[in-house]
Ligand binder design. Structure first.
Ligand SMILES: Nc1nc2c(ncn2[C@@H]2O[C@H](COP(=O)(O)OP(=O)(O)OP(=O)(O)O)[C@@H](O)[C@H]2O)c(=O)[nH]1
Length: 394
C-alpha cells in the first residue's frame, strides 16, 4: 500500500482513518445508549465499528504487525461490509428500509469481486476494484441522502452533494488506473490516489458530523411537530388547533361569511377503555378521526382539543350548515362500528355547534360550544345541539 502514495505517507493516512472511525464508533455507541435514539442509528453505529476494525487491520498490515495476505483481503472485506451497511443505514434513514437488503447483498458481492481481483492481480486490479466498489457504495449513500430532495433540509442536500462528489473522487482513482494508466497531464495516478485518500478522510468527517447533525435536525423537527400535532390521531392538538383558529377569529370582526365551530366529545369512552383496554381505545380514536375526516371538506380543520374531545373549524359556514355537518359526523360515528383486535366497537358522540362572533375570544367561543355540547350530553348523548338553541331532535 505504501508504494501507492509516494507523496503522502499512506500508512499515516490509513492509521488516521482507523483512529477516526474507531473514535466515531465509540461516540456513536455512547450516543445510541443515551435517552435519544434515532432509527438507523444502531445500523450506522455497527457500520462504523466494522469500518474502524477494517482500517485498523489495514494499518496493522501496513506497519508489518499483521502479514499482508491476511490484512489486505481481511481489511477490505470488512471495509466493504462496513460501507455497505452504512449505505443501507442511509436508505433506512431515507425511509426506504426495503432497499437495505439489496445494499447488503451487494456488499457481499463486492467482497467476492474484490477477492477475485486480488487473486488475479494483488496490486493493480485490487486497487481498481477497491476504489470503484467503495465509490459505488458512497454514491449510493449520497443518492439515499438526497432521495426526497424537495423536502430535504439544506444540510441534507449539502451532505448528499458533498458525499456524491467525494464518492466520484474515490471512484475516479480506480477508473484512471484502469483507463489512463499513465495519468492525464498533470493529474498523475499518484496524485489522484492522494486525492482519493483525502476524499475518504473527508467522507469520514462529513459523515460523522453530518449524521449526528441530521439526527439532531430530525429530532428537532419531531419535537416541533409534537408541539402542534397529536401523534395518536395525527390531528392538530389544542395548541395547533388554536393556531389555526386565530386568523378566523380576527376575520369574524369584519363583515363577511360566518365561520362555524363544532365541538364534540365521545360518549362513555371510559367504558370502552375499561372493556377493551387502553390500546384498543387508542385504535378507536385513530380510526374515528379518519372517519370524521371523510365527512369534511379539505378546507375544514379537525383538531383534538383534549382527551376525547374534538373540534372542527368550518370556514364560510353558517350555523345551520354547521349543524348539518355535525349531524353528518354524528350519523357516521353512530353507524360505523370501529374494528379493534378483539371486537367491533360501537361509538357515539355528543355535539355542540356555534359560529364565531365578532366579540369572541378563544375562551368565549369554546365556552359557548362546550355548553351546547354539555346540553347534548344531558339530553341523552348522541345528539347535536346548536349554541343558544333548543336540543335538536334526531
Ligand atoms: N385510549 C385512550 N383513552 C383516552 C385517551 N385520552 C383520554 N382517554 C380516556 O377517555 C375517557 C374520557 O372520559 P370522560 O370524557 O370523562 O367520560 P366518558 O367516559 O367519555 O363519558 P361522557 O363524556 O360523560 O360521555 C377517560 O377514561 C380517559 O382516560 C387516549 O388518548 N387514549
Amino acid at each position: 500500500m505504501s508504494n501507492d502514495m509516494p507523496m503522502l505517507d499512506a500508512s499515516t493516512m490509513v492509521l488516521v482513518l482507523a483512529l477516526g472511525n474507531l473514535t466515531l464508533c465509540a461516540l456513536l455507541t455512547f450516543f445510541n445508549h443515551g435517552p435519544v435514539r434515532a432509527p438507523a442509528m444502531t445500523f450506522w453505529s455497527l457500520s462504523k465499528q466494522i469500518q474502524g476494525g477494517a482500517w485498523l487491520l489495514l494499518a496493522l498490515g501496513d506497519s508489518g504487525v499483521v502479514p499482508a495476505p491476511i490484512s489486505i483481503p481481511g481489511g477490505y472485506a470488512l471495509l466493504f461490509a462496513g460501507v455497505a451497511i452504512e449505505s443501507g443505514a442511509s436508505w433506512e434513514a431515507a425511509r426506504r428500509p426495503a432497499w437495505r437488503t439489496p445494499t447488503l447483498i451487494l456488499g457481499g458481492v463486492a467482497v467476492l469481486v474484490f477477492f477475485l481481483c486480488y487473486l488475479i492481480d494483488e496490486e493493480g486490479l485490487r486497487s481498481v476494484a477497491a476504489s470503484l466498489l467503495l465509490g459505488a457504495f458512497y454514491l449510493s449513500g449520497s443518492v439515499a441522502l438526497g432521495w426526497r430532495w424537495r423536502d430535504a433540509s439544506l444540510l441534507q442536500r449539502f451532505l448528499s452533494l458533498a458525499t456524491g462528489a467525494l464518492a466520484l473522487v474515490v471512484a475516479a482513482r480506480g477508473l484512471s488506473v484502469l483507463l489512463l494508466p499513465r495519468g492525464w497531464g498533470w493529474l498523475s495516478n499518484d496524485l489522484l490516489s492522494q486525492f482519493s485518500s483525502g476524499a475518504l478522510y473527508l467522507l469520514l468527517l462529513g459523515n460523522a458530523f453530518g449524521v449526528l447533525l441530521l439526527t439532531r435536525e430530525r429530532l428537532q423537527d419531531t419535537l416541533e411537530r409534537l408541539e402542534t400535532i397529536d401523534p395518536l390521531t395525527d390531528a392538530p392538538n389544542r395548541r395547533g388547533f388554536f393556531q389555526l383558529l386565530a386568523p378566523w377569529l380576527a376575520l369574524a370582526r369584519r363583515p363577511g361569511l360566518p365561520t362555524g365551530l363544532i365541538v364534540f366529545d365521545l360518549d362513555g369512552f371510559k367504558r370502552i377503555n375499561d372493556s377493551y383496554g387502553h390500546p384498543a381505545g387508542d385504535v378507536v380514536l385513530h380510526q374515528m378521526v379518519a372517519l370524521c375526516r371523510r365527512q369534511l371538506r379539505d378546507s375544514d380543520q379537525l383538531g383534538r382539543v383534549v382527551g376525547v374531545e374534538f373540534a372542527v373549524l368550518l370556514p364560510r359556514t353558517s350555523l345551520d350548515e354547521a349543524v348539518m355537518v355535525a349531524e353528518r359526523i354524528r350519523a357516521a360515528i353512530d353507524t360505523t362500528p370501529v374494528k379493534s383486535e378483539r371486537a367491533m366497537i360501537k361509538l357515539t358522540a355528543s355535539f355542540g355547534v356555534t359560529t364565531i362572533r365578532p366579540e369572541d375570544s378563544t375562551t368565549s367561543l369554546f365556552q359557548r360550544a362546550d355548553e351546547a355540547m354539555q346540553r347534548a350530553k344531558q339530553a341523552g348523548r348522541n345528539r347535536v345541539t346548536p349554541a343558544s338553541e333548543a336540543v335538536a331532535d334526531i
